[in-house]
Write a protein that binds this ligand. Structure first.
Ligand code: DC
Length: 225
């Protein structure tokens, strides 16, 4: 069966990763959470007190960062930073508050986009992020742009953090999402926008299963299943 590349872009906390994981698992494709890669770089810079603004040595710093993914015993994919499991830390508010600043730095984007393009070369992959259909894989066979209204996004992120035992107020989450939406859509390098040929899925009133079915139908039309 033909292997394709599926690009899923959209705002934070819109359910992109949930959808990407479901599609990857059903189609036996690889799943790549590119947001985790930006989060891992942010964690590294914060932990090592490295300034990312106008830092001429940033490329050297980036070269010392290795980001890999590994499936744990429960089947969950974890992000590893230089070999250490950082899956939990990269989801903390400490990282969430800074990640869109780091993701706006061109050297960081260049470093990660290059790796994403290598990983996606083989096709048979579902990649979620902000610039997958516009920059990383502008020729992806299927591009989805996932959206949901703000209240829904706040509630989803709250549940996600609570399920990981991370305590944070609803107000902090809302402010973080508003700030990130603004930073991600207005940055100079690779701002978030819908590719002209992307299909919008507004999942405000959809269950994960309903959203998955819509996306799977679209994918199967292309794959010819
Ligand atoms: O999807 P997420 O919330 O885990 O993404 C974390 C941050 O990384 C978010 O601020 C946007 C940024 N990002 C990006 O700029 N480009 C991507 N392809 C993926 C994420």
């Amino acid at each position: 069966m033909k292997k394709i590349l599926i690009a899923i872009d959209g705002y934070a906390a819109c359910g992109k990763s949930t959808l990407a994981k479901q599609l990857a698992s059903h189609l036996h494709y690889l799943f790549l959470d590119t947001g985790a890669m930006y989060r891992a770089v942010t964690l590294y810079l914060l932990d090592n007190n490295i300034n990312w603004v106008n830092n001429k040595l940033l490329n050297d710093v980036l070269d010392s960062i290795s980001i890999t993914f590994q499936r744990n015993e429960n089947g969950k994919i974890h992000c590893l930073l230089n070999g250490d499991d950082v899956e939990e830390e990269i989801r903390s508010m400490h990282v969430s508050n800074k990640v869109s600043e780091v993701a706006a730095v061109s050297a960081v984007r260049k470093f990660l986009v290059q790796q994403q393009q290598i990983i996606g070369k083989e096709k048979g992959i579902v990649m979620d992020g902000r610039d997958i259909g516009t920059v990383v894989f502008p020729h992806a066979e299927l591009k989805l742009f996932v959206t949901a209204d703000m209240d829904t996004r706040v509630q989803r992120r709250l549940l996600e953090l609570q399920s990981n035992d991370i305590q944070v107020s609803e107000e902090d989450i809302r402010n973080n999402l508003i700030k990130r939406d603004h930073e991600e859509t207005t940055r100079a390098d690779s701002p978030l926008f819908k590719a002209a040929d992307a299909i919008v899925i507004d999942n405000t009133n959809l269950t994960p299963a309903e959203q998955f079915q819509i996306a799977l139908n679209l994918a199967e039309k292309i794959i010819g299943a």
